[in-house]
Design a protein around this ligand. Structure first.
Ligand code: FPP
Length: 246
C-alpha cells in the first residue's frame, strides 16, 4: 500500500495516538556480542526513524517510553549511557524537530535526572511548545502508578481548596490530573521485544487501546513494521465495550 492510501485509511480510522514501549535494545546488542549501550544507540536511531514516519503518515500523537521509574535499578553505567543518548538525541535532532513543527512533551519527574539531561529536556520542551504538528510525548523517569497516585493527591488537595466537588469526580476528572491531561488516550499500544506486559506504562490511558506485540527487538523495528502495526490496528473492530462501534 502506498503512503497516500495509508494516510487516507488512518484519517478514516480512530487512530490519533500511538504509544510505544521500545523493548529489546539490550538483547539485540547481546545477540550480536555487543555492549548493551550499542543497543540503546541503535534504539535511538529507530526513535528518529519512527518519528519521521509518524509525521509522514500524519499521526497526531506518539508516546515513547524512554526511561521508567524502575530503570534506576540498572547498573549505573547503563543509566548514564541512556541519559547521554538522550542528550545526543536532543542535540542532534532538536533543530529538525522544530523545522518539522514537532511538539515535545514529557511524562515523568525529570527533577531526578542528571542536570544536563534535565536542562536539555526543559529547553527542548520550551522550544517546541507552540508547534502544532506531531506531538512526541516522552516518558522519562515515568511510572504510571506514581502518576495516578500523584493525580489523586492533587484531586484531594483541590477538593480541600473547594476547587472541585467530590460528588463530581469521575474517570474524566482523574485523566485531567495526569501528565497526559491535554493528550487523548492512545488508540494503539505497541511493545516490541516479545514481552506482553505494560511495565507500569500509561495504565489509566490504555484502558481501551488496542495492543500489538511485534516479536522483534526495538532496533529491528522500522518503517515497514510500524506500518504493519498500523494496518493491523485499522483492521480491528473497536467496540469500547459496546456492540459495533468502529
Ligand atoms: C528497553 O530495552 C529500552 C529502554 C529501557 C530504553 C529505551 C531508550 C531508547 C530507545 C533510546 C533513547 C530514547 C530517546 C527518546 C532518545 P531493554 O534495555 O530493556 O532491552 P532488553 O529487554 O533486551 O534488556
Amino acid at each position: 500500500m502506498n503512503d497516500k492510501n495509508l494516510i487516507e485509511l488512518i484519517k478514516n480510522s480512530s487512530l490519533n495516538h500511538i504509544a510505544i514501549i521500545m523493548d529489546g535494545n539490550g538483547r539485540w546488542a547481546q545477540e550480536r556480542g555487543l555492549d548493551r549501550s550499542k543497543g540503546h544507540s541503535a534504539g535511538m536511531q529507530k526513535v528518529v526513524e519512527i518519528i519521521e514516519v509518524a509525521q509522514k503518515l500524519e499521526i497526531k500523537y506518539l508516546s515513547l517510553y524512554a526511561f521508567s521509574t524502575e530503570n534506576w535499578k540498572r547498573p549505573q553505567i547503563e543509566v548514564s549511557t541512556l541519559f547521554s543518548i538522550l542528550n545526543t538525541f536532543i542535540k542532534n535532532e532538536l533543530n529538525r524537530l522544530i523545522e518539522n513543527n514537532v511538539r515535545l512533551t514529557l511524562m515523568g519527574d525529570i527533577s531526578k535526572l542528571p542536570f544536563t539531561s534535565k536542562k536539555a529536556v526543559e529547553y527542548a520542551i520550551n522550544k517546541t511548545k507552540d508547534n502544532t504538528g506531531l506531538t512526541v510525548n516522552i516518558g522519562l523517569n515515568y511510572g504510571s502508578r506514581n502518576e495516578i497516585s500523584m493525580g489523586i493527591k492533587k484531586i484531594c488537595n483541590d477538593v480541600r481548596l473547594g476547587k472541585i466537588k467530590e460528588d463530581y469526580i469521575d474517570d474524566l476528572t482523574l485523566s485531567k490530573y495526569l501528565y497526559t491531561s491535554d493528550i487523548p488516550d492512545p488508540d494503539l499500544l505497541i511493545r516490541t521485544g516479545g514481552e506482553k506486559r505494560l511495565s507500569n506504562f500509561m495504565l489509566y490511558q490504555l484502558a481501551y487501546s488496542e495492543f500489538d506485540f511485534p516479536k522483534i527487538f526495538w532496533p529491528d523495528y522500522g518503517e515497514k513494521e510500524f506500518k504493519d502495526s498500523i494496518i493491523n490496528f485499522i483492521n480491528r473492530n473497536r467496540r469500547f465495550g459496546g456492540l459495533n462501534e468502529k
